[in-house]
Design a protein around this ligand. Structure first.
Ligand SMILES: [Zn+2]
Length: 299
């Protein structure tokens, strides 16, 4: 007998895995995610209420966290506990609400789900598999582990797509890729210095490093940059004033070398960076100023 709960999950992960491969930037529209078919029927994977349980299933299939403004920390960050588990709020306050019961069923049966985190309006980054590994009734929350194996039973291991995806997944990657996605999305996938548009060569640079206070993984502390300009910015070869003007260190300006140095670095002197059009996503002038001071000091 085919277990429909496992069958649909295995097909859903396969579908999502293909979508992720087709979108190297990792951000996918809800309409594409919702274009999933099971037994010839379209099954929307993202719904307004957050918790998705098709009527023919006993356990929840997907969960969603909505997009937050560029100035706030990514939603899971505020809700990640010390052990690295994500705290996911109940639907409403009734533990016996149908959606909460559907999550509990997934937990008891150790069935994996897909988790969609909003990056921008209507745009999501999928995480799968995720497991509901506990419940905190007093806080009206479930605990969610992303791509973890230690809590899995053999039944879950039959979903082999998970193994492939686990290679890509860790909590560190979750932090980094989430920041990268939000920043690259805000900068329309181009280097803010040279406008290079190859996602494979783009990074989300921190203005204030994440090891320092104020080094938050939020869009106003980020700049989308190609690998060369990212490295040049981190090493103070390239500076950016709070007015968004690019400065090149004097040492490097006077050097004579090939076309990369000439066109890629030296000719950027005095030009302005290309900030996001959305005001909330623009680089924070105070953070830019602090970083610019370190550029001046090292000159
Ligand atoms: Zn660049």
């Amino acid at each position: 007998m085919v277990d429909i709960e496992k069958d649909i999950r295995s097909k859903m992960f396969e579908f999502l895995y293909k979508l992720v491969l087709a979108h190297p930037e990792g951000v996918i529209s809800s309409s594409e995610i919702n274009n999933f078919f099971f037994d010839g029927e379209q099954i929307k994977l993202i719904v307004q209420t957050g918790i998705r349980k098709p009527v023919f299933l006993g356990a929840a299939l997907t969960i969603r966290t909505t997009y937050t403004s560029p100035n706030s920390r990514p939603p899971y960050e505020d809700s990640m506990d010390k052990s690295g588990l994500i705290r996911y709020k109940y639907r409403g306050t009734d533990p016996l609400h149908a959606d909460n019961r559907a999550l509990r069923t997934a937990m008891k049966s150790e069935l994996p789900l897909a988790y969609f985190i909003g990056i921008a309006k209507g745009m999501y980054q999928p995480y799968f598999p995720v497991y509901i590994v506990g419940e905190d009734v007093s806080k009206l929350e479930f605990m969610i582990a992303i791509g973890e194996t230690q809590t899995l039973s053999d039944t879950a291991n039959t979903i082999n797509i998970q193994r492939k995806y686990e290679l890509h997944m860790s909590k560190i990657r979750l932090h980094q890729s989430f920041f990268r996605s939000r920043v690259l999305f805000a900068y329309k996938n181009q280097c803010t210095v040279c406008k290079l548009k190859l996602p494979e060569l783009l990074d989300a640079a921190h203005i204030i490093p994440d090891s320092m206070p104020d080094g938050d993984p939020i869009v106003p502390n980020g700049l989308a940059m190609c690998k060369i300009h990212h490295a040049a910015y981190d090493r103070n070869i390239l500076g950016i004033t709070p007015d968004l003007v690019i400065e090149i260190s004097k040492k490097v300006l006077s050097e004579i070398d090939g076309p990369m140095l000439k066109h890629g670095i030296q000719e950027m002197q005095g030009k302005k960076i290309h900030p996001p059009t959305s005001r909330a996503s623009r680089p924070d002038p105070q953070r830019l100023e602090r970083k610019y001071e370190t550029f001046l000091e090292s000159a």
